[in-house]
Each structure stands twice: as C-alpha cells, then as structure tokens.
Design a protein around this ligand. Structure first.
Ligand code: RB5
Length: 149
C-alpha cells in the first residue's frame, strides 16, 4: 500500500498520480486533502505515521514546491524524504538513500513528469551494501549518536 497526501496546491497532481498508477496495479491510501486549504505539516505527519506504523510501505507528498512537505516529513524519526524533480535523483534516492517518502512540487512540475517520477520511485529498489552503512549513520544522527569531533 502506498500512502499519498497533498495540501491544497497538490490536489490535481495527486489525482493524476492515483489515476495513472492505480491502472498499473498500485494501491493508494489517500490521506487528503480533498481540496480544502490545509497546513502541509499536518498531512506530512499523518502520512509518515502510516509508514512508521507499517500500514504503508512508501509515501508520496505533494505541496506547492515540495519543500514544506519534505522539511516536515524529515522531522519524523525513521523517515527519509527526498524532494524529487528529475528522474536521475529519483532513481538514486531509492538506490542509495533508501528514501521511503518522495516529495514533489505541484507548482514546479507538470503532472506527466510527476507520474513518471512516482513510478520510478515506486519501482526502484535499494542497493544496500555500503549504502546501508550510510543509512545507519543517518539513523545515528537522528538518535544523537554521531559526534562531529
Ligand atoms: C501553500 O500555498 C504553499 O506554501 C505550500 O504548498 C508549499 O509550497 C510549502 O512548502
């Protein structure tokens, strides 16, 4: 199950992604908004909780720029959210960073590109190996276990 959420800026893009990728066999849990103006951190937190609780494996968050959503999502322990606007970064944030949330800007990207990027994100696996060591270091930062001296 894939969690998807947006603020008022991202409603059309969210619908385009759900429509196109449901046809390809993906299942979505829609965490809103349905169009009413809302505050993006509230949606980001609700979506990240679905992933941390194990209800959803990955998430897609959309706001005007994607930036507010990515800032909010990255405050949740265990979330690695990537702001995606090109196919190379989208592919490599899965291969190397094991990103579990992608964020996109509905005022930045067209819906066609957003659908393509979402499919790349959802179908690319994590490479593991040396990249797992770096994910572990990110976790150490999160747990205040990595010193800089
Ligand atoms: C809402 O107008 C806008 O600020 C929001 O969608 C987002 O771009 C924030 O990062």
């Amino acid at each position: 199950m894939i969690a998807i959420g947006c603020d008022h800026a991202g409603v059309e893009m969210k619908k385009a992604i759900i429509d196109a990728l449901t046809e390809k066999g993906f299942e979505f849990k829609d965490l809103g908004t349905d169009g009413k103006p809302c505050d993006y951190p509230v949606v980001a937190k609700a979506l990240c909780d679905e992933i941390i609780n194990g209800n959803c494996e990955k998430g897609i968050l959309i706001c005007g720029t994607g930036i507010g959503m990515s800032m909010s999502a990255n405050k949740v322990k265990g979330i690695r959210a990537a702001l995606c606007s090109d196919s190379f970064s989208t592919k490599f944030t899965r291969l190397h960073n094991d990103a579990n949330v992608m964020c996109m800007g509905a005022r930045v990207l067209g819906n066609g590109l957003a659908v393509e990027l979402a499919e790349i994100f959802l179908t690319t696996g994590f490479e593991g190996g040396r990249h797992q060591r770096r994910i572990n270091l990110i976790n150490d930062i999160e747990n205040n276990n990595l010193t800089s001296d």
